[in-house]
Design a protein around this ligand. Structure first.
Ligand SMILES: Cc1cc2nc3c(=O)[nH]c(=O)nc-3n(C[C@H](O)[C@H](O)[C@H](O)COP(=O)(O)OP(=O)(O)OC[C@H]3O[C@@H](n4cnc5c(N)ncnc54)[C@H](O)[C@@H]3O)c2cc1C
Length: 521
């Protein structure tokens, strides 16, 4: 008799890591011998550390008394598109790359224009940030093949499940070399060391199907005729275009300013700014694992904290257990910090953004579409001055920030360009520093020991999401004034991470090639 079913198991971390133990427990639950199990596959894995000892909850698909049939779904197929109608995509981040892949599936030929370099060459420019504290404005943590997603942390968790097929994006990433665990973990993570190979594989798929990717090709201007873009201007070329997906990310300030100069409709949107906080990982492990060592079978502990202070959200953002704080500026005249970790999450440090929500009414000139962008840029420049220039970032011990005093010394940090002591509360805008302080005090009530002399705050975490939205039709996804322009991804205000940007890329591709029955005639 055919037997294939799903079962939930609650195991110790050590048992969950062992195939033999899992089979034994499955056999017990099914009241059969382990030998009768022909195949078992983990469908979902979550950690429950609310009590000690922590447990691992597994959902398994299991077959017994029949040949295994729990294999994963079919890989996506990318047909040859040479000679098919072209679509230009500006930006090779997750949004641009997934738009390209989806266009190929739909029989269009993507031509991607990317200001930065391909991943390997980009790595040299990132190394130069550490060596010389110099930012190449076209090739850095934000710009280059794979976009901000390449040297990101590679956490693939998203709340935007309603917007598209998260599972498909994860499967495409797995098909291109991301580890199989991303398909089962509740909080999937690839890690900065594994992402570049995945991005390279995505590029190869696009090229093999007949698409094109042009690196070191920065789009500087649109040529407009009536309600259409006719050409894209790059430093060396004027490129004729039929349809354009704009996927340049939230750091492409020149694009927003160019569009404003053409008087194209843009909107300021709410965003968040603050600092990055870093603790020793062992301390976060102790706090989250009830005072215990984590041992070899539990991951570096994470946290997710949120509260309200005076009507604004204060929350942790992009937490990187076992990670590093990185210099993520896209120009030499600013400091921007962010976080990443390798797949193993094995550094001594735990860092996270600690940010305060900003609404439009908090900004000077709240009605101006670029109000948030200008505010963000000014704070990043001020931050650089406070750090003493270049990429040395201003830092303050957490206890000193809470007490409002200078740090007489700073703890060791993962931020390689180094820290300069600074009284953050004196130069961060009051609406941010006051709420941040109150928020941190509230978090310490929830996680006693969170406020410690061993933790340091580093300025500034400013690029949490785009401060600008490029409006678009909710169904056709075109800009309201330019019918062949499809604003896409995080920069346009429709995504907040790798997966949601990839989903939005797919949506824009579908917007260009809608099913015939959606818009008949
Ligand atoms: C250090 C770091 C860690 C992160 N960690 C995570 C994480 O763990 N999980 C997560 O979900 N998100 C993370 N993010 C955020 C994530 O990377 C972004 O949300 C995502 O990459 C946005 O995708 P996008 O395609 O919309 O834009 P981007 O990735 O920003 O890509 C835009 C692309 O457009 C190019 N471009 C810009 N201007 C032009 C122009 N004028 N002409 C041609 N090309 C242009 C850029 O070079 C870039 O390649 C992290 C970001 C950073 C910097």
């Amino acid at each position: 008799m055919l037997m294939k079913l799903e079962l939930d198991l609650r195991l110790t971390p050590e048992e969950a890591a062992s195939e033999t133990c899992r089979r034994r427990h499955l056999a017990q639950a099914l009241e059969i011998t382990p030998e009768r199990i022909t195949e078992s596959r983990i469908m979902r894995r979550t950690i429950d550390a609310r009590r000690w000892p922590a447990t691992i909850n597994l959902r398994l698909q299991v077959s017994y008394d029949e040949p295994g049939s729990t294999k994963s779904t079919k890989p996506s197929v990318y047909p040859e598109v040479t000679g098919r109608p072209e679509v230009h995509i500006i930006g090779a981040g997750p949004a641009g790359l997934f738009a390209g892949l989806r266009l190929i599936e739909l029989g269009r030929r993507p031509i991607i224009l990317e200001r930065g370099k391909e991943v390997k060459a980009r790595k040299q420019d990132i190394a130069a940030i550490y060596r010389e504290q110099r930012i190449n404005p076209d090739s850095n943590y934000g710009f280059g093949e794979g976009g901000a997603g390449t040297y990101s942390d590679g956490k693939l968790f998203t709340r935007s499940r309603k917007r598209g097929d998260v599972r498909k994006i994860l499967e495409v990433l797995h098909q291109h070399g991301a580890p199989a665990e991303i398909l089962i973990d509740a909080h999937p993570h690839v890690g900065s060391n594994r992402l570049p190979a995945v991005i390279t594989a995505l590029r190869k798929t696009i090229l093999a199907a007949g698409g094109e990717i042009h690196f070191e090709t920065r789009v500087e201007d649109f040529r407009l005729h009536g309600n259409r873009i006719t050409h894209l201007q790059t430093p060396n070329d004027l490129i004729p275009v039929a349809e354009v997906i704009l996927a340049t990310g939230h750091s492409a300030r020149e694009i927003f300013r160019m569009m404003a100069a053409h008087k194209l409709r843009l909107e300021a949107k709410a965003f968040a700014m603050g600092v990055r906080i870093e603790h020793p990982q062992t301390l976060i492990d102790r706090l989250q694992y009830h005072g215990h060592e984590r041992g070899p079978f539990l991951p570096a502990a994470a946290y997710s904290l949120a509260t309200q202070v005076q009507g604004r959200g204060v929350y942790s953002f992009c937490m990187c257990p076992g990670g590093f704080i990185v210099p993520a500026a896209t120009s030499d005249r600013e400091i921007v910090v962010n976080g990443m970790s390798s797949r193993a999450r094995d550094s001594k440090y735990a860092n996270a953004g600690m940010v305060v929500e900003l609404q439009l009414c908090d900004l000077p000139q709240p009605l101006h579409p670029l109000a948030g962008l200008d505010f963000q840029e000014q704070l990043e420049r001020l931050c650089q001055k406070q750090g003493g220039g270049r990429q040395t970032a201003p830092g303050q011990r957490l206890t000193d920030f809470i007490e409002g005093r200078r740090s007489s010394s700073l703890p060791e940090t993962s931020y390689h360009p180094g820290l300069a002591d600074s009284r953050l509360e004196q130069w961060l805008p009051e609406m941010i520093s006051f709420r941040l302080r109150q928020g941190l005090i509230a978090f310490n009530r929830r996680m006693p020991g969170f406020i410690t002399d061993e933790a340091v705050l580093v300025g500034v975490e400013s690029r949490t999401s785009s401060p600008v939205r490029i409006p678009r039709d909710p169904v056709r996804l075109q800009h309201p004034e330019i019918e062949n322009l499809y604003p896409c991804g995080e920069g346009a205000g429709y995504a907040g991470g790798i997966i949601s940007a990839a989903i939005d890329g797919e949506r824009c591709a579908q917007g260009i090639c809608p099913p015939a029955d959606l818009f008949p005639g």
